[in-house]
Every structure is written in structure tokens, then in C-alpha cells.
Design a protein around this ligand. Structure first.
Ligand SMILES: Nc1ncnc2c1ncn2[C@@H]1O[C@H](COP(=O)(O)OP(=O)(O)OP(=O)(O)O)[C@@H](O)[C@H]1O
Length: 714
């Protein structure tokens, strides 16, 4: 088991969301030693004396109450999907009718019993009724089949409609999140909760669960009333049914204890040998370490370490669930276990005693006793199945709550209200950017990556930020794009606080090429088009952007040109291919291991770094008009010198009067043309000015400039 892996999600979803689980809290947490494992189970002090099974039922009830309003919301929403109400109502009717059939069957079983009893006692039989009973069996069977068929017919369209509706909802819930919110681990957990397979949806699972609960309820009530009716005129019938039910209840309580822990719990092992042996096993399993393992000649050392660790561990080397199972095996040897089986015979014993007590008038026949015990145990199975299912039902209901809560996750970057710019024509002249005493630290981090930064870039200026790796250059661009807000200080765009501007307007007016750009798992065309969602459908614009980004030549050489998917988001499915099959459907076959299902490497296969960069550049050129600020983070890092030169030429021409900010650690071409150079080191701006000014200052900038220049001197 991996450290931190989550398991046992049944029940207690409430606690999972709120508060903190502290294994050291002796008031609330019970610790049990299971071999090399320590199990910590949360126990509510109030419920301390309630037996485990019933305690979790109470917790279940509480969670159910919390989720109820969300379930109503879901049902209303499903009702608003086209044709869903009708399908749902049809499905419901079929389910309820199907749930009544067992009671009808039970009724006829009772009738049959009376006929048999009568035949034995009086040697007469009412053939009409007998025929009726036999026919009823056939009819019930046929109706059940018809109902099942009807349910299957409705199932597909209903599931498909609900799934489609909610898949758009969840897609939107994810897509709208900003960077700090999306990276928040709590939000990631929330998003994990709403992830389902592509064949179903949380909402549909819930609908099914609710219908199942309903049908079980109908089944129980109808069976109970039939049973009660049948037993009413049988002396001792009710008594024997109660004894039979009592046994199932007793056994159930015993069985419950043999499952894995329920509620909130966690387990850990501190055994150094176990931890080491698992670590060693991983080291030889994962391809990741193979190079170093082989080159470092580690084979023999690893084997002897593994052997020693496993020998020291001996039989203690069990994973948690095995340890738990072993622990439970011991628990089974208790009184309940010994009593459980003999108690099963109790109804027969009571029956015999009563028969001896009233020899002349046997309270009920053996056939009736059989019917009572069988029906009661079936009845109690259904009842406990209902209880058993409440765990997963509650989890499902809680998932609906979480689903709706996910739709409402607030973004950490709050939107502003002021439209920007007031006049779109102004953008052609560029925008002014000012940082006033800005400090910043990434969420979850404790160190400032920008410390008290202040600078001002005027409208239409070319600014180049230079500095060593990690000095904070990219972070400045991220703050300008408002991916994050400063921890302290303010940023102004055209003299307005960036927080007051409408985010959509700000993003439309700026174009940023990040250093760690990614290739979306879409076609090249879509990858470029995403640069400007407003004109994404315009093919000629896409081609023009590709030309400006220097990407057209190599794209056109690809088999599918602009429609090429460099990495397909959908895997082909195959099995048992002969080893000689190297390619399939024009793509290479990957044998063994897992092919990343929908996982997407940020860098597409088959393209060089420079070609990737050209696609990313083309994306930024999509949004040339209507943009007043262009930011580039190391735009030429992967380009060869000619391509770099061409790129800067194109950028200079295109720039017009727009403001442009570059982050780079290459001095030269760019810095010489810059209106403003910000020289950074270790989270602060050390020098600022034009190239000539900074050379004259003879500080850090001048020193690095000279170093780079010397490298090219003969
Ligand atoms: N998402 C993040 N979370 C936490 N720290 C981060 C994050 N991104 C960057 N950092 C840290 O912030 C500091 C500044 O990073 P930044 O990328 O701004 O530097 P840079 O000057 O652009 O470096 P480079 O020249 O290597 O691109 C670095 O120490 C980096 O490790």
C-alpha cells in the first residue's frame, strides 16, 4: 500500500471533508496494533459505547441528511433534461412493479401450502385453486422478464442523456478554474471525487441507487404484509418468524465485524525492514531506475539487501489488508462465532418443544415451518442488503453533494468589474505596466520569489527582463497575466489596479508565451487556433499565424498537415499482436507496460524542441489585433541562430507601437533595442535602464554582457 493512499471510502464522507484526522488524539482515535501495522480508527466520544456496526449506521444517517438537498437538486436538474422525466417515470414504474412480484409469489406460495396442508389432512384438493397457483407462477415469471426487458430498453437512453448532461457540467467545472485554485490539493481531491468512468456518471449512479432503495423498500413492505397475513392464523407462526429473524440479525452483527474497518481510519507501518524491502522491490520494478542500476553495478548489493530485509521480516511481511484479515481471523474465535450456527436450529427446536407441549394440536405443519424460516431469512437478507447498501448509497449521495460543490468552487483570483480598455483603439498604442512594491510567494511556499519589486514600463516600450535562473523573471510575467495575485504590493495596467479590471478583458488585451508552453492533445490546427478563441474557426488566420511563427514549412511536410495529431489522445485497442507488428494504423505499437490512457505528455513526440516552440509562437501570433501587450518568456530558447534572428525581425515589424516584455538570459539582439532592461538577481531588481546606461553603470549587467561578448571573440 502506498503511503497516503486513500481507501475505505465507505461512510463518513463528512469527516473526510471537514476537520482534521489526528491519529494522536487519544480521545477520539483508537489505536490497534496489527503485526507491523498500526491501525488508527476515529471513534466519536458520544458513540463510543455504540457497537461498531450500528455506530456506522448512525453516521451514515447523518451524511444522508446532509446530501438530501443536493439529491433534490439533481432530480430537478435531471427533470429539465429533454425527455428525461418520461423515461425516469417509466423506469420508476417498472422498478416498483418488479418489486411487488416477490410478494405476489410469496402469497401464492402460502396458498399452495394451504392446499398441501388441506390435501394431507382432509384428502381433498380444490383443483381450480391449484391450477390458479400453478398459472400464477408462470405469469409472475413472464411479467418479471417483461419488466426487466422494459427496464433494459429505458436504461440506455436515460443513462446516456444524464451522462451527457453532467459530462458537460463537469468539463466546465474543471475548465473554469484558475491556476492557484486548480493546483490546490484540496480542489484536486474534490475534482478526483467527481471523476467517473466514461460509461457512467455520478448522477446516474445515484438515480440507480435511489431506485434500488425504493424498490427494496417496496419489496420489504409488500413481503412483510403478505407474511403477516399468512402467519396471522397460524399459531406460533409469528413467534417462529421472530426467532428466525433474530438469528439472522445476530449472525449479521457477527459477520459485520469481519469486514475491513469502516468510518474514518488510517494505518501506517514504521517497520524499517518492511519499508526498505518495498523500496528495493520498487527500485527493481520501475524502468526509471534501470539505467543507474545497471551502470552502477548495483545488482548484487540490491539482491543481498532485499534478502536480508525479508529474512529479518519473516512472516511479519504482510500488507495492511492481510494484517487486518489475520487479526479478524483471531476475532472470529469468539462466543458469537460458536453460537451462530447452533442458533440457526432454534426455530426447529422451539417447534419440537411446542409440538410436545400440545401433542393433540400441533400448532403448525412442518411445511409451514419451512415456509416461515425460508421467507423470514429471505426477508432479512433483503433488509440487511438494504443496510449493507446504505454505505455505498451514502457515498454516492455524498458524491452528488461534492459534484454540486465542485461546480461552485470559487476561483482564488477574483474577477474585477472595470472593462478594459475603455477604448479598444487605444490598445494599438500599447499599455503601461507598473509594479509597486510587489512581493510574491507561490501558494503553499514559504519563500518570497519576488521581493519588493517596483518598475514602470511606459506605453509602447520594449522591456527586457534579464537575470540568472530562478531570479523571478517568469514570475513577473505570470503576475502581469494575473495567473496569481501579489502577496504584497500592487500592479497597475494603464494606471488602473490590475485587480479591478475584468479578467476576460485583461486576457484578451494581453498575449503571453510562457517558457513552459504545452502542446494540447489536439490537432496542430487547434493548437494554434487556441491562441485566439474569438477567431479560432478562421483557417486563413491560423495559416497566417503559423507563417509568422515560422511553423508552416514543417507542418506542411507532415502527412496530415495542419490536421496532424502529434500525440493521439485516444489509444488504439489491441491484443495478442504478433511481435513482428511494429506499426498499426500508421502508428507504432507499444508492447508491454501500460500505454498512458488519456495521459498526455506536454511535449509531443516527433517534433523537435524548436518546432514545438514555433507552434507555440504561432499560437501567440493568432492574437495580434486587439492586443496591447505581448509577453514572451524565453521565446528563442530552442531556436537556432537564424530562426532567432528571423523571429526578432518579425516581432519588431509586428510590434508597431505595442508594449512588449521579454524574459531572457541571453543578452544581445534584444537588450540592445530595449527601452528598459530590468536586471534581476535572487528575487530583486538590481539594475534598470537602457543597455548603454547599464554598461556605463558597469554593474552586474555589464559584467555578464562582457562575459557573453568575450565568448564570441577570437
Ligand atoms: N509554481 C511554483 N511553485 C513554487 N515555486 C515556484 C513555482 N514556479 C516557480 N517557482 C520558484 O520561483 C522562483 C522563480 O522562478 P521563475 O520561473 O520566475 O524564475 P526565472 O528567473 O524565470 O528562471 P529561469 O531563467 O530558469 O526561467 C524559482 O526559485 C522557482 O523555483
Amino acid at each position: 500500500m502506498l503511503p497516503g493512499k486513500r481507501f475505505g471510502r465507505r461512510r463518513k464522507a463528512v469527516n473526510m471533508d471537514e476537520g482534521v484526522f489526528d491519529p494522536e488524539d487519544k480521545q477520539k482515535v483508537k489505536r490497534t496494533r496489527l503485526g507491523i501495522w498500526d491501525l488508527y480508527e476515529e471513534v466519536e466520544p458520544r458513540l463510543k459505547h455504540v457497537p461498531g456496526y450500528w455506530r456506522s449506521q448512525l453516521e451514515t444517517f447523518h451524511e444522508m441528511k446532509q446530501s438530501f438537498p443536493f439529491v433534490l437538486k439533481m432530480l430537478r436538474e435531471i427533470g429539465s433534461i429533454r425527455a428525461c422525466w418520461w423515461l425516469l417515470a417509466g423506469y420508476l414504474i417498472l422498478t416498483v412493479v418488479a418489486a411487488l412480484i416477490p410478494a405476489v409469489e410469496l402469497w401464492y406460495a402460502g396458498l399452495l401450502l394451504k392446499i398441501v396442508q388441506n390435501a394431507v389432512e382432509h384428502r381433498t384438493v380444490d383443483r381450480g385453486v391449484l391450477f390458479q397457483v400453478a398459472a400464477s407462477r408462470l405469469i409472475c415469471n413472464a411479467i418479471t422478464r417483461l419488466l426487466n426487458h422494459g427496464q433494459a430498453l429505458i436504461y440506455r437512453p436515460l443513462n446516456e442523456r444524464i451522462r451527457r448532461h453532467y459530462s458537460v457540467h463537469t468539463f466546465q467545472a474543471r475548465a473554469r478554474l484558475d491556476v492557484p485554485t486548480f493546483s490546490d490539493s484540496a480542489v484536486q481531491r474534490q475534482l478526483d471525487n467527481i471523476t467517473t468512468s466514461s460509461r457512467t456518471s455520478i448522477a446516474w449512479n445515484n438515480v440507480q441507487q435511489i431506485l434500488h432503495l425504493l424498490s427494496t423498500g417496496v419489496e420489504l413492505v409488500s413481503q412483510f404484509s403478505v407474511l403477516y397475513n399468512l402467519l396471522q392464523d397460524q399459531r406460533d407462526g409469528i413467534l417462529l418468524a421472530t426467532i428466525s429473524f433474530g438469528h439472522t440479525l445476530f449472525r449479521r452483527n457477527f459477520d459485520q465485524r469481519s469486514y475491513s474497518p469502516s468510518g474514518v481510519w488510517a494505518a501506517t507501518t514504521r517497520d524499517p525492514d518492511y519499508i526498505k524491502s518495498i523500496g528495493l522491490a520498487r527500485a527493481v520494478h520501475q524502468e526509471l531506475h534501470r539505467k543507474e542500476l545497471v551502470a552502477g553495478g548495483m545488482f548484487e548489493y540490491l539482491v543481498s539487501s532485499y534478502r536480508q530485509a525479508t529474512e529479518r521480516l519473516g512472516s511479519r511481511a504482510t500488507d495492511f489488508f492481510e494484517a487486518y484479515a489475520i487479526h479478524n481471523m483471531k476475532n472470529r474465535l469468539n462466543l458469537t462465532g460458536f453460537l451462530s450456527d447452533p442458533l440457526r436450529e432454534l426455530p426447529q427446536i422451539v417447534f419440537t418443544l411446542r409440538a410436545v407441549q400440545y401433542p393433540s394440536d400441533i400448532p403448525l405443519s412442518l411445511a409451514s415451518l419451512n415456509l416461515i424460516t425460508q421467507t423470514t431469512s429471505k426477508f432479512s437478507r433483503t433488509l440487511f442488503d438494504l443496510f449493507e447498501r446504505t454505505g455505498s448509497v451514502v457515498e454516492n449521495l455524498a458524491n452528488i453533494r461534492k459534484l454540486y460543490e465542485t461546480f461552485e468552487i470559487p476561483n482564488l483570483i477574483e474577477d474585477g468589474g472595470t472593462p478594459f480598455p475603455e477604448n479598444r483603439q487605444d490598445l494599438a498604442l500599447g499599455v503601461a505596466v507598473e509594479f509597486r512594491n510587489v512581493s510574491f510567494r507561490y501558494p503553499g511556499s514559504t519563500t518570497d520569489v519576488l521581493r519588493n519589486i517596483s518598475f514602470k514600463i511606459l506605453q509602447g516600450q520594449l522591456c527586457v527582463i534579464v537575470g540568472a535562473n530562478g531570479s523571478g523573471k517568469s514570475t513577473i510575467l505570470k503576475l502581469i497575466a494575473r495567473l496569481y495575485d501579489p502577496t504584497e504590493g500592487q500592479i497597475f495596467i494603464d494606471n488602473q489596479d490590475i485587480r479591478t479590471l475584468k479578467l476576460a478583458d485583461l486576457r484578451r488585451a494581453t498575449s503571453v508565451l510562457f517558457q513552459d508552453y504545452t502542446y494540447f492533445p489536439l490537432s496542430i490546427k487547434d493548437n494554434i487556433a487556441l491562441g485566439d478563441p474569438d477567431t479560432a474557426h478562421d483557417d486563413s488566420k491560423i495559416r497566417e499565424a503559423a507563417t509568422l511563427g515560422g511553423a508552416t514549412d514543417f507542418i506542411e511536410r507532415l502527412d496530415d498537415g495542419f490536421d496532424t495529431y502529434l500525440t493521439r489522445p485516444v489509444d488504439d485497442v489491441y491484443s495478442s499482436l504478433p511481435q513482428g507488428t511494429k506499426t498499426l494504423f500508421g502508428r507504432s505499437v507499444q508492447y508491454g507496460g501500460l500505454r498512458g490512457a488519456a495521459g498526455m505528455a506536454s511535449h509531443a513526440q516527433g517534433l523537435s524542441g524548436g518546432q514545438m516552440q514555433r507552434i507555440a509562437l504561432s499560437r501567440t501570433f493568432m492574437r495580434d489585433e486587439g492586443v496591447g501587450l505581448l509577453c514572451f518568456d524565453e521565446p528563442s530558447a530552442s531556436l537556432d541562430p537564424t530562426a532567432e534572428h528571423d523571429l526578432f525581425e518579425r516581432l519588431r515589424k509586428l510590434r508597431g507601437s505595442k508594449t512588449m516584455i521579454f524574459s531572457t538570459h541571453r543578452f544581445g539582439n534584444l537588450t540592445r533595442h530595449a527601452d528598459l532592461i530590468l536586471y534581476m538577481n535572487d528575487s530583486v531588481i538590481l539594475e534598470e535602464g537602457t543597455h548603454d546606461e547599464l554598461i556605463k553603470q558597469d554593474g552586474g549587467y555589464a559584467k555578464i554582457w562582457k562575459l557573453q561578448a568575450q565568448a564570441f571573440l577570437p
